[in-house]
Design a protein around this ligand. Structure first.
Ligand code: GDD
Ligand code: MG
Length: 380
């Protein structure tokens, strides 16, 4: 696996798992979206491989599949496929077999699975490539089997379903209605599509070939019309779609605070993970929780406030302050600079005495000259 930009030390993500019968099963991870809401971070790094504590996002999903006994994984790609393929190769570094399908033009979520049909002869698990949870996938598969379901969808409760697919169910778990991106006055329940499905292979016949077609607006409504056994499994644990800057920062905060277990995140007594190959000079103040990646240096007199995530080979100079931010690899924060509530791409340079604050997203190689201010101006 090409580890450029990621920690060579592999942290393992360990969702709750339980035993399940091993079937020959496949998985398709839908990873063809452009990640527009995470721009500019996703200009050079497609959303499926944005780092989560220095691990490419998809490796967490692949690990969940592998733990459930599914080691045949199709990555369905469209945007910057070569970068993703270069990172995972044939999957052997992760202990699975990875196949790739690539769409010259996006085929939509269901069209993408149809496009992989020749690789899917058995029961198939489908993941949206941007959701992270502590889902017990083994329990979902047992539920699928026990309810004689042809299609099982995982649901999760959220406060505001408008950004998701709203799913109404009967008391026995059968899906009653699927409504993608409902308006406020269409909200009838709080359970939404969590982006995890189990499909029997014959259902692929419902998906037209070579055509843009989605699960959400095409396939699911058709299953309901045709009264195909379509059941929902409600997951009440942790769940997040990482597709916006706010959620991307939140998932890091949740791991650091312990809300989302992430094995290998082994913080010290102060709540901060310090990579063995990181340098924290004496006289640096570290306020946990936090994460300091391999090869990163925090100079004497610098302060890390809570929720600072520093990727590999970053450098935080004397007197600088970093808090509630995710810095990708190779970021330099100059002396006396302050960086709060920011996401900063690879190899960016924040000049000394700069102030970056209040929900800032900077792309790879951004350069802020010394004394820059990216912060709301005071009225005064
Ligand atoms: N291969 C491929 N081709 N993948 C695609 C395509 C495509 O044409 N379109 C989208 N994807 C992938 C995206 O990369 C992403 O991983 C996943 O499919 C879902 O697409 P998003 O663009 O992130 O959709 P969303 O977040 O607005 O809504 C979806 O996810 C919600 C849960 O997060 C829907 O499935 C909602 O119903 C659901 O609630
Ligand atoms: Mg999404």
């Amino acid at each position: 696996m090409d580890t450029e930009g990621y920690a060579a030390t592999v942290l393992c993500y360990h969702p709750r798992q339980s035993e399940t019968r091993t079937h020959t099963m496949n998985a398709v991870i839908l990873a063809g979206g452009k990640g527009t809401r995470l721009r500019p971070l996703t200009l050079n790094t497609p959303k499926p491989i944005v780092p989560i504590l220095n691990r490419p996002f998809l490796s967490l999903q692949i690990e969940l599949l592998k733990k459930t006994g599914i080691d045949n994984v199709v990555l369905s790609l469209s945007y910057q496929p070569r970068r993703i393929e270069a990172l995972f190769g044939d999957g052997s570094a992760l202990g699975v077999k990875i196949h790739y399908t690539m769409e010259p033009e996006p085929l939509g979520t269901a069209g993408a699975v149809k496009n992989a049909e020749s690789l899917l002869k058995a029961r198939t698990v489908v993941f949206n490539g941007d959701v992270l949870s502590d889902l017990d996938l083994g329990a979902v598969l047992r539920f699928h089997e026990e309810s004689n379901s042809k299609c099982t969808i995982v649901l999760t409760p959220v406060e505001n379903p408008t950004a998701y697919g709203l799913v109404e169910t009967e008391s026995d778990g059968r899906v009653k209605r699927f409504l993608e991106k409902p308006s406020y006055d269409e909200i009838t329940c709080d359970t939404i599509n969590a982006g995890v499905y189990v499909l029997e292979p014959e259902l692929l016949d419902y998906i037209p070939e070579g055509k843009n077609y989605s699960f959400e607006r095409g396939f699911f409504p058709t299953l309901l019309r045709d009264k195909v056994p379509f059941y929902a499994y409600v997951h009440r644990g942790y769940w997040i779609d990482i597709g916006t800057p706010e959620k991307y920062l939140k998932v890091h905060r949740d791991i650091l605070s312990g809300a989302l277990p992430f094995e290998g995140f082994t913080p010290n007594a102060g709540g901060t993970y310090v990579d063995p190959k990181a340098t924290v000079e004496s006289g640096a103040r570290i306020q946990g929780p936090g994460y300091i990646g391999e090869g990163t240096t925090v100079k004497a007199g610098a302060t890390l406030e809570p929720y600072a995530v520093l990727g590999t080979n970053c450098r935080i100079e004397e007197g600088a302050i970093v808090g509630n931010s995710v810095l990708w690899s190779g970021v330099r924060v100059g002396a006396e600079a302050r960086v709060r509530s920011a996401l900063i791409g690879r190899n960016a340079h924040i000049g000394h005495h700069s102030i970056v604050d209040g929900g800032v997203v900077l792309g790879d190689k951004s350069v802020l000259t010394d004394y820059s201010r990216i912060t709301p101006l005071d009225d005064a």
